[in-house]
Write a protein of this length. Sequence first.
Length: 362
Amino acid sequence: MISIRNRHIQAIAGGILILSGLLASGCKEQKEKVLSEREMVDLIVDLKLAEAYANSQLSGPNPSEQRRELAKSVLAEHNVTQEQLDTTLGWYGRNLDKYAELYEKVDKRLLDKRKKLLKDSDSDLAEKEGDNFWLYGKNGIISTLGNNDGWIISLSDPDLGRGDRLEWTMHINNTSAPLMGVLGVDYDDGTSEAVNTYFTNRQHIELALQTDTGKRVQRVYGTMRLKKQDNMPLFADSIALRRLPYDSLEYARFRSQRKYGYPVRVTQEDRRRKAVADSLRQDSIQKVRELRADSIRKVNELQRDSIKRANELRRDSTLKSRADKRGAGLKKAMPKEAAAPKPITNKPRPAKNVQSTVKKTK
Protein backbone atom coordinates (compact mmCIF):
# COMPACT_ATOMS: atom_id res chain seq x y z
CA MET A 1 0.00 0.00 0.00
CA ILE A 2 1.30 3.45 -0.83
CA SER A 3 2.30 5.35 2.27
CA ILE A 4 0.01 8.15 3.37
CA ARG A 5 2.97 10.55 3.38
CA ASN A 6 3.65 10.20 -0.32
CA ARG A 7 0.03 10.04 -1.32
CA HIS A 8 -1.19 13.12 0.52
CA ILE A 9 1.81 15.26 -0.27
CA GLN A 10 1.18 14.52 -3.96
CA ALA A 11 -2.50 15.30 -3.43
CA ILE A 12 -1.92 18.83 -2.16
CA ALA A 13 0.36 19.50 -5.13
CA GLY A 14 -2.56 18.73 -7.42
CA GLY A 15 -5.27 20.53 -5.48
CA ILE A 16 -7.35 18.80 -2.78
CA LEU A 17 -5.62 16.59 -0.24
CA ILE A 18 -8.19 14.63 1.64
CA LEU A 19 -9.73 12.49 -1.11
CA SER A 20 -6.59 10.77 -2.34
CA GLY A 21 -7.12 7.82 0.01
CA LEU A 22 -10.81 7.09 -0.59
CA LEU A 23 -10.00 3.91 -2.43
CA ALA A 24 -7.44 2.73 0.09
CA SER A 25 -9.82 0.06 1.33
CA GLY A 26 -6.98 -2.43 1.56
CA CYS A 27 -5.92 -0.94 4.91
CA LYS A 28 -7.02 -2.79 8.01
CA GLU A 29 -9.77 -0.98 9.88
CA GLN A 30 -8.54 0.10 13.28
CA LYS A 31 -11.39 1.88 15.05
CA GLU A 32 -9.11 3.28 17.70
CA LYS A 33 -7.21 5.16 14.97
CA VAL A 34 -10.20 6.42 12.97
CA LEU A 35 -10.79 10.13 13.46
CA SER A 36 -14.19 11.27 14.61
CA GLU A 37 -16.51 13.13 12.26
CA ARG A 38 -15.90 16.42 14.03
CA GLU A 39 -12.14 15.96 13.85
CA MET A 40 -12.38 15.15 10.14
CA VAL A 41 -14.55 18.20 9.45
CA ASP A 42 -12.04 20.47 11.19
CA LEU A 43 -9.13 18.88 9.34
CA ILE A 44 -10.77 18.97 5.92
CA VAL A 45 -11.81 22.61 6.31
CA ASP A 46 -8.26 23.64 7.14
CA LEU A 47 -6.90 21.55 4.27
CA LYS A 48 -9.28 23.31 1.87
CA LEU A 49 -8.21 26.70 3.19
CA ALA A 50 -4.58 25.64 2.77
CA GLU A 51 -5.36 24.60 -0.80
CA ALA A 52 -6.90 27.99 -1.57
CA TYR A 53 -3.86 29.72 -0.11
CA ALA A 54 -1.49 27.52 -2.10
CA ASN A 55 -3.33 28.19 -5.38
CA SER A 56 -3.31 31.96 -4.90
CA GLN A 57 -0.03 32.66 -3.10
CA LEU A 58 2.56 29.96 -3.64
CA SER A 59 4.92 30.49 -6.56
CA GLY A 60 8.59 30.31 -7.37
CA PRO A 61 10.97 27.73 -8.79
CA ASN A 62 9.77 24.90 -6.51
CA PRO A 63 6.13 25.37 -5.40
CA SER A 64 5.64 21.64 -4.88
CA GLU A 65 8.06 21.63 -1.96
CA GLN A 66 6.20 24.56 -0.41
CA ARG A 67 2.92 22.70 -0.77
CA ARG A 68 4.37 19.65 0.93
CA GLU A 69 5.54 21.71 3.87
CA LEU A 70 2.11 23.33 4.06
CA ALA A 71 0.43 19.92 4.15
CA LYS A 72 2.71 18.76 6.96
CA SER A 73 1.99 21.89 8.99
CA VAL A 74 -1.78 21.40 8.71
CA LEU A 75 -1.54 17.80 9.94
CA ALA A 76 0.77 18.82 12.77
CA GLU A 77 -1.62 21.60 13.81
CA HIS A 78 -4.39 19.04 14.30
CA ASN A 79 -2.11 16.48 15.98
CA VAL A 80 -3.04 13.93 13.31
CA THR A 81 -0.54 11.31 12.22
CA GLN A 82 -0.16 9.97 8.74
CA GLU A 83 -1.41 6.56 9.85
CA GLN A 84 -4.56 8.00 11.44
CA LEU A 85 -5.50 9.95 8.34
CA ASP A 86 -4.82 6.98 6.10
CA THR A 87 -6.97 4.66 8.16
CA THR A 88 -9.79 7.22 8.41
CA LEU A 89 -9.87 7.81 4.67
CA GLY A 90 -9.91 4.07 4.05
CA TRP A 91 -12.92 3.77 6.34
CA TYR A 92 -14.81 6.56 4.50
CA GLY A 93 -13.97 4.84 1.23
CA ARG A 94 -16.03 1.88 2.43
CA ASN A 95 -18.85 4.04 3.85
CA LEU A 96 -19.82 6.45 1.08
CA ASP A 97 -23.05 7.54 2.80
CA LYS A 98 -21.01 8.84 5.72
CA TYR A 99 -18.64 10.45 3.24
CA ALA A 100 -21.53 12.42 1.68
CA GLU A 101 -22.74 13.55 5.12
CA LEU A 102 -19.20 14.56 6.04
CA TYR A 103 -18.86 16.82 3.02
CA GLU A 104 -22.21 18.46 3.58
CA LYS A 105 -20.92 19.59 6.97
CA VAL A 106 -17.61 20.68 5.44
CA ASP A 107 -19.42 22.83 2.86
CA LYS A 108 -21.58 24.38 5.57
CA ARG A 109 -18.54 25.17 7.72
CA LEU A 110 -16.76 26.81 4.76
CA LEU A 111 -19.86 28.85 3.97
CA ASP A 112 -20.03 30.09 7.54
CA LYS A 113 -16.36 31.03 7.46
CA ARG A 114 -16.82 32.98 4.26
CA LYS A 115 -19.80 34.79 5.70
CA LYS A 116 -17.81 35.72 8.77
CA LEU A 117 -14.69 36.82 6.91
CA LEU A 118 -16.43 38.79 4.19
CA LYS A 119 -19.24 39.97 6.47
CA ASP A 120 -21.79 39.09 3.85
CA SER A 121 -25.47 39.13 4.64
CA ASP A 122 -27.68 36.13 4.02
CA SER A 123 -29.13 37.82 0.94
CA ASP A 124 -25.64 38.47 -0.48
CA LEU A 125 -24.67 34.84 0.03
CA ALA A 126 -27.90 33.67 -1.57
CA GLU A 127 -27.17 35.90 -4.54
CA LYS A 128 -23.64 34.49 -4.86
CA GLU A 129 -24.91 30.94 -4.60
CA GLY A 130 -27.40 31.81 -7.32
CA ASP A 131 -24.44 32.28 -9.68
CA ASN A 132 -23.85 28.53 -9.48
CA PHE A 133 -25.50 26.99 -12.55
CA TRP A 134 -24.84 23.38 -11.52
CA LEU A 135 -28.26 21.74 -11.30
CA TYR A 136 -27.24 18.47 -9.67
CA GLY A 137 -25.61 17.34 -6.43
CA LYS A 138 -22.26 18.71 -5.36
CA ASN A 139 -20.90 15.17 -5.03
CA GLY A 140 -20.82 12.50 -7.72
CA ILE A 141 -19.44 9.10 -8.58
CA ILE A 142 -18.59 7.30 -11.82
CA SER A 143 -18.56 3.52 -11.53
CA THR A 144 -19.04 0.38 -13.58
CA LEU A 145 -22.46 -0.05 -11.97
CA GLY A 146 -23.84 2.84 -13.99
CA ASN A 147 -24.16 3.37 -17.73
CA ASN A 148 -22.29 6.69 -17.90
CA ASP A 149 -18.64 7.64 -17.99
CA GLY A 150 -18.87 11.28 -16.93
CA TRP A 151 -20.99 14.38 -16.48
CA ILE A 152 -23.03 16.31 -19.05
CA ILE A 153 -24.58 19.75 -18.71
CA SER A 154 -26.88 21.70 -21.05
CA LEU A 155 -28.57 24.98 -20.06
CA SER A 156 -30.91 26.93 -22.33
CA ASP A 157 -31.24 30.71 -21.96
CA PRO A 158 -28.89 31.04 -18.98
CA ASP A 159 -28.80 34.30 -17.08
CA LEU A 160 -25.43 35.38 -18.43
CA GLY A 161 -24.31 38.91 -19.16
CA ARG A 162 -22.17 39.89 -22.11
CA GLY A 163 -18.55 39.08 -21.32
CA ASP A 164 -19.27 36.92 -18.26
CA ARG A 165 -16.91 34.06 -17.49
CA LEU A 166 -17.85 30.47 -16.69
CA GLU A 167 -15.84 28.17 -14.44
CA TRP A 168 -16.60 24.46 -14.08
CA THR A 169 -14.77 23.04 -11.08
CA MET A 170 -14.64 19.82 -9.08
CA HIS A 171 -12.32 17.75 -6.93
CA ILE A 172 -11.62 14.10 -7.71
CA ASN A 173 -10.05 11.42 -5.54
CA ASN A 174 -7.78 9.75 -8.14
CA THR A 175 -4.96 11.82 -9.62
CA SER A 176 -4.15 9.15 -12.21
CA ALA A 177 -7.66 9.28 -13.71
CA PRO A 178 -7.52 11.07 -17.10
CA LEU A 179 -10.48 13.35 -17.83
CA MET A 180 -11.46 15.14 -21.05
CA GLY A 181 -13.47 18.30 -20.43
CA VAL A 182 -15.41 20.47 -22.89
CA LEU A 183 -17.21 23.72 -22.03
CA GLY A 184 -18.93 25.82 -24.66
CA VAL A 185 -21.67 28.34 -25.43
CA ASP A 186 -24.02 29.00 -28.34
CA TYR A 187 -24.70 32.66 -29.17
CA ASP A 188 -27.91 34.20 -30.47
CA ASP A 189 -26.32 34.96 -33.86
CA GLY A 190 -25.74 31.28 -34.59
CA THR A 191 -22.03 31.16 -33.72
CA SER A 192 -20.43 29.06 -31.00
CA GLU A 193 -17.35 29.14 -28.81
CA ALA A 194 -15.80 26.31 -26.79
CA VAL A 195 -12.73 25.23 -24.88
CA ASN A 196 -11.49 21.68 -24.28
CA THR A 197 -8.80 20.43 -21.91
CA TYR A 198 -7.25 17.07 -21.10
CA PHE A 199 -6.70 16.65 -17.34
CA THR A 200 -4.21 14.18 -15.91
CA ASN A 201 -2.32 13.97 -12.62
CA ARG A 202 -4.61 16.58 -11.13
CA GLN A 203 -7.19 16.48 -8.37
CA HIS A 204 -8.47 20.02 -8.69
CA ILE A 205 -10.29 20.20 -12.03
CA GLU A 206 -11.04 23.65 -13.43
CA LEU A 207 -12.37 24.46 -16.90
CA ALA A 208 -12.94 28.15 -17.72
CA LEU A 209 -14.62 29.88 -20.67
CA GLN A 210 -14.75 33.59 -21.52
CA THR A 211 -17.91 34.70 -23.35
CA ASP A 212 -17.97 37.38 -26.01
CA THR A 213 -18.68 40.93 -24.86
CA GLY A 214 -20.69 41.67 -27.98
CA LYS A 215 -22.98 38.61 -28.07
CA ARG A 216 -25.75 37.11 -25.97
CA VAL A 217 -25.48 33.49 -24.81
CA GLN A 218 -28.41 31.24 -25.72
CA ARG A 219 -27.08 27.93 -24.40
CA VAL A 220 -24.32 26.56 -22.19
CA TYR A 221 -23.12 23.01 -22.74
CA GLY A 222 -20.31 20.84 -21.47
CA THR A 223 -19.02 17.32 -20.86
CA MET A 224 -16.49 15.87 -18.44
CA ARG A 225 -15.66 12.28 -19.38
CA LEU A 226 -13.40 9.67 -17.85
CA LYS A 227 -11.11 8.26 -20.56
CA LYS A 228 -10.24 4.93 -18.92
CA GLN A 229 -12.64 2.55 -17.18
CA ASP A 230 -9.72 1.10 -15.23
CA ASN A 231 -9.90 4.22 -13.01
CA MET A 232 -13.46 3.50 -11.89
CA PRO A 233 -14.94 4.14 -9.40
CA LEU A 234 -14.12 7.85 -9.49
CA PHE A 235 -15.42 10.11 -6.71
CA ALA A 236 -15.94 13.86 -7.14
CA ASP A 237 -17.03 16.55 -4.72
CA SER A 238 -17.58 20.32 -4.70
CA ILE A 239 -18.90 20.22 -8.28
CA ALA A 240 -19.90 23.71 -9.42
CA LEU A 241 -20.50 25.72 -12.58
CA ARG A 242 -20.13 29.34 -11.59
CA ARG A 243 -20.63 32.63 -13.36
CA LEU A 244 -18.02 35.32 -12.85
CA PRO A 245 -18.49 38.95 -13.93
CA TYR A 246 -16.59 40.53 -16.80
CA ASP A 247 -12.99 41.39 -15.95
CA SER A 248 -10.94 43.30 -18.52
CA LEU A 249 -7.70 41.95 -17.05
CA GLU A 250 -8.88 38.35 -17.35
CA TYR A 251 -10.46 38.80 -20.77
CA ALA A 252 -7.18 38.73 -22.70
CA ARG A 253 -6.01 35.61 -20.87
CA PHE A 254 -8.36 33.28 -22.73
CA ARG A 255 -6.57 32.63 -26.01
CA SER A 256 -7.07 28.90 -26.49
CA GLN A 257 -10.83 29.01 -27.12
CA ARG A 258 -12.14 27.88 -30.46
CA LYS A 259 -14.72 29.88 -32.35
CA TYR A 260 -17.15 28.35 -34.82
CA GLY A 261 -18.82 30.27 -37.65
CA TYR A 262 -22.36 30.56 -38.83
CA PRO A 263 -24.15 27.40 -39.89
CA VAL A 264 -24.42 27.15 -43.66
CA ARG A 265 -27.83 26.65 -45.26
CA VAL A 266 -27.46 24.98 -48.64
CA THR A 267 -30.18 25.73 -51.21
CA GLN A 268 -30.92 24.09 -54.55
CA GLU A 269 -29.35 27.05 -56.34
CA ASP A 270 -26.21 26.65 -54.22
CA ARG A 271 -26.04 22.98 -55.17
CA ARG A 272 -26.44 23.85 -58.88
CA ARG A 273 -23.71 26.46 -58.70
CA LYS A 274 -21.46 24.06 -56.89
CA ALA A 275 -22.09 21.40 -59.53
CA VAL A 276 -21.25 23.87 -62.33
CA ALA A 277 -18.13 25.01 -60.50
CA ASP A 278 -17.08 21.41 -59.94
CA SER A 279 -17.65 20.61 -63.62
CA LEU A 280 -15.63 23.63 -64.74
CA ARG A 281 -12.93 22.71 -62.29
CA GLN A 282 -12.78 19.17 -63.64
CA ASP A 283 -12.67 20.47 -67.24
CA SER A 284 -9.88 22.86 -66.32
CA ILE A 285 -7.96 20.09 -64.61
CA GLN A 286 -8.39 17.82 -67.64
CA LYS A 287 -7.32 20.60 -70.03
CA VAL A 288 -4.25 21.35 -67.93
CA ARG A 289 -3.37 17.67 -67.91
CA GLU A 290 -3.71 17.47 -71.71
CA LEU A 291 -1.59 20.59 -72.24
CA ARG A 292 1.00 19.27 -69.86
CA ALA A 293 1.10 15.90 -71.63
CA ASP A 294 1.40 17.64 -75.03
CA SER A 295 4.16 19.89 -73.74
CA ILE A 296 6.04 16.92 -72.36
CA ARG A 297 5.65 15.08 -75.68
CA LYS A 298 7.04 18.06 -77.65
CA VAL A 299 9.93 18.47 -75.28
CA ASN A 300 10.75 14.79 -75.63
CA GLU A 301 10.63 15.06 -79.42
CA LEU A 302 12.96 18.08 -79.37
CA GLN A 303 15.32 16.22 -77.11
CA ARG A 304 15.34 13.20 -79.40
CA ASP A 305 15.97 15.41 -82.49
CA SER A 306 18.77 17.25 -80.70
CA ILE A 307 20.37 13.99 -79.63
CA LYS A 308 20.05 12.59 -83.15
CA ARG A 309 21.58 15.72 -84.76
CA ALA A 310 24.41 15.73 -82.23
CA ASN A 311 25.14 12.09 -82.98
CA GLU A 312 25.21 12.78 -86.73
CA LEU A 313 27.58 15.72 -86.30
CA ARG A 314 29.78 13.66 -84.03
CA ARG A 315 29.86 10.81 -86.60
CA ASP A 316 30.69 13.17 -89.52
CA SER A 317 33.42 14.81 -87.49
CA THR A 318 34.85 11.42 -86.61
CA LEU A 319 34.83 10.26 -90.24
CA LYS A 320 36.47 13.46 -91.45
CA SER A 321 39.12 13.24 -88.80
CA ARG A 322 39.88 9.68 -89.77
CA ALA A 323 40.08 10.59 -93.49
CA ASP A 324 42.45 13.48 -92.78
CA LYS A 325 44.69 11.25 -90.72
CA ARG A 326 44.69 8.59 -93.43
CA GLY A 327 45.62 11.15 -96.17
CA ALA A 328 48.43 12.59 -94.08
CA GLY A 329 49.86 9.13 -93.52
CA LEU A 330 49.88 8.25 -97.21
CA LYS A 331 51.57 11.53 -98.16
CA LYS A 332 54.30 10.95 -95.66
CA ALA A 333 54.99 7.43 -96.91
CA MET A 334 55.50 8.39 -100.66
CA PRO A 335 59.23 8.97 -101.94
CA LYS A 336 60.30 12.39 -103.15
CA GLU A 337 60.10 12.83 -107.02
CA ALA A 338 63.34 13.71 -109.17
CA ALA A 339 63.56 17.17 -110.50
CA ALA A 340 62.29 17.31 -114.10
CA PRO A 341 64.89 18.39 -116.85
CA LYS A 342 64.48 21.80 -118.12
CA PRO A 343 62.90 21.82 -121.59
CA ILE A 344 65.13 22.74 -124.62
CA THR A 345 63.93 25.71 -126.42
CA ASN A 346 65.32 26.76 -129.95
CA LYS A 347 65.26 30.46 -129.56
CA PRO A 348 66.45 32.42 -132.71
CA ARG A 349 69.68 34.28 -132.23
CA PRO A 350 69.48 38.00 -132.57
CA ALA A 351 70.95 39.42 -135.87
CA LYS A 352 74.24 41.30 -135.65
CA ASN A 353 74.48 44.87 -136.57
CA VAL A 354 76.26 44.99 -140.05
CA GLN A 355 77.38 48.50 -139.73
CA SER A 356 79.09 47.93 -136.44
CA THR A 357 80.88 44.98 -137.97
CA VAL A 358 82.14 46.95 -140.94
CA LYS A 359 83.45 49.64 -138.66
CA LYS A 360 85.37 47.15 -136.64
CA THR A 361 86.91 45.69 -139.88
CA LYS A 362 88.15 49.02 -141.12
